[in-house]
Design a protein around this ligand. Structure first.
Ligand code: AMP
Length: 170
């Protein structure tokens, strides 16, 4: 599967200087979407994950079908003010701007094997924040999966203690 044929590069979105990688053609294509989800599911299966986390918002689109295919639970990590019960929170820097992520305090527990799935690895800040949430809650992060890695931003450096699967690199 030539995944890169399904990614559209959008210059200067959402701000000047950012080359936005638009995954909507990939997820909108029945074959490409299935291949991508199957590959990330296979990776997660080898790690014996019982929970999948997807960070807000594109992580939901990719993480939820992986969780379903794996017979695992899906856990949303969201922006502030979206989750209705008690949360743990973490602040971090993005490639463009700042962000805070939240997870329900009781979403994972000791003994859970968690794989975190997102659309794109840029600086690694989003993933690092999500890992902190999981580990603060006492569960184990067993792997990280992405559709896209932007290699020049070296996000991998922050994540070197974890197995990583990416479907394509730029
Ligand atoms: P980071 O925390 O820097 O690794 O950024 C990753 C998150 O920001 C991902 O969830 C992406 O959805 C989004 N993101 C960052 N850079 C880009 C980009 N160039 N194109 C599309 N999405 C991006």
């Amino acid at each position: 599967m030539k995944y890169q044929d399904y990614i559209k590069n959008v210059p200067n979105f959402p701000i000047e200087g950012i080359q936005f990688k638009d995954i909507t053609p990939l997820i909108g294509d029945e074959n490409a979407f299935k291949h991508a989800i199957d590959e990330l599911t296979e990776f997660s299966k080898t790690l014996k994950a019982n929970k999948v986390i997807g960070p807000d918002a594109r992580g939901f689109i990719i993480g939820a079908p992986v969780a379903y295919a794996l017979n695992a639970g899906f856990i949303p990590v969201r922006k502030p003010g979206k989750l209705p019960r008690e949360v743990i929170t973490y602040d971090y820097e993005l490639e463009y701007g700042k962000n805070t992520l939240c997870m329900h305090k009781d979403a994972v527990k000791k003994g859970d094997r968690v794989v975190i799935i997102d659309d794109l690895l840029a600086t690694g800040g989003t993933m690092e924040a999500t890992i902190k949430l999981v580990e603060t809650a006492g569960a184990e992060v067993v792997g990280l999966g992405f559709m896209i890695e932007l290699i020049d931003l070296n996000g991998r450096e922050k994540l070197k203690n974890y197995p990583i699967k990416v479907l394509m690199q730029y």
